[in-house]
Design a protein around this ligand. Structure first.
Ligand code: GDP
Ligand code: MN
Length: 402
């Protein structure tokens, strides 16, 4: 799970990593409306908050995507008035496909250099790895391609952690100068603790701004927490629940199901086990000019109960008229799937059609159960055949409407 910048900053603060002081602005639901009548009480609250900041500041859109700076989501303001105008422009705007619901406003750090540092998981060597570059900032991706020598990588033995020689190596290779040893030593050790103790897949700071008096300050933070470890990261779980996510995503998550909203206009839902199969189904359906509204990934070893819940969640979306289920049973057994579908057909909206294809373990038993289901259900033998049935249904639906 990727954290928003302000949450990453909170984590860094907790570990004593230096970050600029700031505030988070949210819940300005009336901002759009306030564009016309600037007297809105929420905005009065905003003005007051902005008056109290130390200028210049940086106003930063909180969206879970990189490259905000280049997309206009990171803006500088010298006065409260300027900051206020930027807030009004940015809040509720669409930044790279994400609606901006929160802003982080921090004191602008004035620096002489921008560095890059991250700790990530080196899956090949099965160790955490530090990546450092003295050429950080918004062009780091380009540097990685054009100037790979400017990027230093070093693995950390998890039984030992970060020792002085690691810090020496990074400083030496990147040529930033031994004067930064204490700062770098302190920062890397703290960031490593964040990485380990918060079960991170990535803990990144870009840019690390170097000030004139040789302090280094984390001016941006990107943290990705391993979803499998979230059960022991209560604080992060609480943060996740606070993000105003689609209620169907939250509902699905309770049953360890992954609900994926796709096209809000789409009237077909896809349910399958595994992202590859889901993508194939969506591709084939879309190729036939039909539109998928949502998909649901069951993951492995699905029981009848979870199948039932998955169907319930997908069909609870009123736009969805047809559900395509494609299951390859390995650990998942087709009879178990069919039982779940049978329960669903009995209890759920009968005006919707289910097209189902099952393959693999206990297929024959599964097919027998499906044959016995009384309701709007069509059994097919392949994804292609299923897509053809969806297409025919679509045509007959359209002609019955007109
Ligand atoms: P990103 O584009 O999503 O990675 O957003 P960042 O928070 O990294 O901001 C983009 C760029 O704006 C950074 O690489 C910096 O060059 C610049 N920037 C952001 N905050 C500050 C700051 O406090 N001081 C200065 N001098 N530059 C900043
Ligand atoms: Mn950045």
């Amino acid at each position: 799970m990727k954290l928003l910048e302000y949450k990453a900053k909170e984590l860094f603060d907790k570990y004593g990593i230096r970050t600029p002081a700031g505030i988070v602005i949210d819940k300005l639901d009336k901002t759009n409306h306030a564009l016309e009548s600037r007297e809105d009480s929420d905005l009065e609250g905003l003005s007051q908050k902005l008056e109290n900041l130390d200028y210049p500041v940086v106003v930063k859109a909180q969206v879970q995507v990189g490259g905000r700076g280049k997309a206009g989501g990171v803006r500088f303001a010298d006065t409260p008035e300027e900051a206020r105008n930027i807030c009004i422009q940015l809040l509720h705007s669409n930044l790279k496909g994400f609606i901006v619901k929160e802003l982080l406003i921090v004191k602008k750090v004035s620096g002489i250099k921008e560095w890059y540092v991250s700790i990530t998981l080196d899956r090949g060597n099965k160790v955490p790895m530090i990546i450092f570059s003295s050429h950080g900032g918004v062009d780091i991706e380009e540097t990685a391609i054009t100037d790979p020598d400017k990027i230093v990588k070093i693995g950390i033995d998890p039984f030992i952690g970060i020792e002085d020689h690691i810090v020496h190596y990074i400083i030496d290779k990147s040529d930033i100068g031994m004067a930064y040893f204490d700062e770098m030593n302190d920062l890397l050790k703290k960031l490593y603790r964040v990485f380990i103790e918060s079960d991170c897949l990535l803990a990144e700071i870009n840019p690390l701004i170097v000030t004139e008096d040789h302090q280094i300050i984390a001016a941006d933070g990107k943290v990705d927490i391993d979803d499998s470890a979230l059960f022991r990261q209560q604080d992060i779980l609480a943060f996740r629940d606070k993000l105003q996510e689609d209620p169907l995503i939250l509902d699905a998550r309770k049953f360890r199901l992954l609900y994926i909203p796709i096209n809000p206009e789409g009237d077909i839902a896809v349910m399958s086990n595994g992202s590859g199969m889901i993508m194939s189904c969506i591709d084939l359906i879309t190729k036939k000019s039909m539109s998928v509204g949502a998909a649901l990934d069951l993951g492995g070893g699905c029981t009848a109960d979870r199948i039932y819940e998955g169907i319930r969640i997908l069909l609870s979306n009123p736009r969805i008229k047809t559900l395509f289920i494609s299951i390859f049973g390995g650990i998942t057994r087709c009879d178990e799937v069919a039982n779940g579908v049978s329960q669903a057909v009995k209890h759920l909206d009968s005006s919707k059609t289910i097209v189902i294809r099952i393959e693999g373990t206990n297929k024959e038993e599964g097919l027998k159960i499906i044959e016995g289901i009384q309701g709007n259900i069509i059994s097919v033998d392949s994804i292609r055949e299923g897509v053809k049935v969806l297409y025919d249904l679509q045509i007959s639906n359209n002609s019955s409407v007109s």
